[in-house]
Ligand binder design. Structure first.
Ligand SMILES: *Cc1c(COP(=O)(O)O)cnc(C)c1O
Length: 377
């Protein structure tokens, strides 16, 4: 079976983990935590990094640090992982969902303005499968209405966006550097991994202090075991951070591998009818976190059929997200029952992604492409 993803770990990861182990700093203090936060913030062009236990907890502390609460609305894509919606719902705020844009599958920024109400407090941007969302209109809208921006950059480590295109000074900016806070997951299938792990980045000193406090049970700085509010234990360990330090060193190679894999798939699958391949707008530098495909409905098969056929040929695949507005757990809370988001509904049924691990060989890619071709016949 060709797996959908496998992390690439080498001698440098071993060396850093062994060093952390030898040092005795195996919990959440230690030099690798500091280096991991510093290096990742620097890589993304931010002032502060706050490492947490995973990408979900990163979203949770980000939502809390921005002061979201009952009565607030947060505009966010329906097509994403549940972590995004749960972080909002948990504060008592209400997610207001927006459909996907059909080429890139990211949130349709043209639909945002119509969703702003006097209650809107924030926009949560989620970049999908390696392709950045069109940030300029989002940031302009947020500025106009005084909204906070949370950027979930879990799927776009190292991706870049051309800001100010059409203007006099367009500039490439790395994802994870936009808005008030950005969040990351370092789960095993992410471009940079620590096994389990996450981080929140911000340029704001006060927000950074709040994030650090929320991550560590909100101990009062002047008196340990005294609390003015409730926080969490969402700390990352120094051992995990040691893997992360080594992973950041190799991110250039990892992204190059992802792009090479995407180019090989493009070449082999580009002439097949009824198959939508990942788009790359000219204003992005895509990192192809996962190589997604969407089957045209005219083919008469859906992603579940296709994934079963691929599995029979030794190829593992994964379905696309199922929109938040189609989730029983939110319907049960009276949320999203009347929402209709036709693009997200279609790609949830017709979309899936192929093996995309940075260690894939060209032979494996040939096998996968051949399996896709045969499965379409
Ligand atoms: C992976 C992912 C998360 C969740 O991260 P975990 O580390 O698994 O909790 C959140 N948002 C997006 C967009 C993701 O892809």
């Amino acid at each position: 079976m060709i797996p959908v993803n496998e992390p690439v770990l080498g001698p440098r990861e071993m060396e850093c983990v062994t060093d952390a182990l030898r040092s005795g700093w195996i919990s959440s203090a230690g030099s690798y935590i500091d280096a991991f936060e510093r290096n990742w913030a620097a890589y993304c062009g931010r002032r502060h990094g706050v490492a947490v236990s995973n990408g979900t907890t990163a979203l949770q502390v980000a939502a809390r640090a921005l002061g979201l609460g009952p009565g607030d609305e947060v505009i966010m894509p329906t097509f994403t992982i549940v972590s995004c919606a749960l972080a909002v719902v948990e504060t008592g705020a209400v997610p207001v969902l927006v459909d996907s844009e059909p080429r890139t599958w990211g949130m349709d920024v043209a639909k945002l303005e119509a969703l702003v109400t006097p209650r809107t407090k924030a926009i949560m941007v989620v970049h999908i499968y390696g392709h950045p969302v069109d940030m300029d209109p989002v940031l302009a809208l947020a500025e106009r209405h005084g909204l906070a921006v949370i950027e979930d950059a879990a799927e776009v480590h190292g991706a870049e966006y051309l800001s100010g295109r059409g203007g006099p000074n367009p500039v490439w900016r790395r994802c994870g550097g936009f808005g008030d806070v950005s969040t990351f997951s370092f789960y095993a299938n992410k471009i940079v991994t620590t096994g389990e792990g996450g981080m929140v980045l911000t340029d704001d000193d006060a927000v950074a202090a709040r994030l650090r406090s929320l991550r560590n049970l909100c101990f009062r700085p002047d008196r340990r075991f005294l609390h003015d509010e409730l926080g969490y234990n969402y700390r990352l360990t120094n051992l995990q951070a040691a893997i992360g330090v080594a992973q950041i060193e190799r991110i250039g190679e990892t992204i190059a591998a992802k792009r090479r894999i995407a180019a090989l798939y493009d070449e082999r699958l580009g002439n097949l009818p009824g198959l939508q391949l990942p788009a790359a707008e000219e204003w992005v530098r895509h990192v192809y976190w996962m190589y997604g495909l969407v089957l045209d409905e005219s083919l008469g098969i859906d992603a579940a059929d296709m994934m079963a056929r691929l599995k029979a040929r030794g190829v593992e695949a994964r379905p696309f997200f199922l929109g938040m507005h189609e989730q029983p757990v939110f319907h049960a809370r009276g949320l999203f029952r009347d929402d209709r988001h036709p693009v997200a509904e279609r790609i949830a049924r017709q979309g899936f992604y192929l093996p995309s691990g940075a260690g894939l060989t060209e032979d494996q890619i040939d096998t996968v492409a051949e399996a896709v071709r045969e499965s379409l016949r």
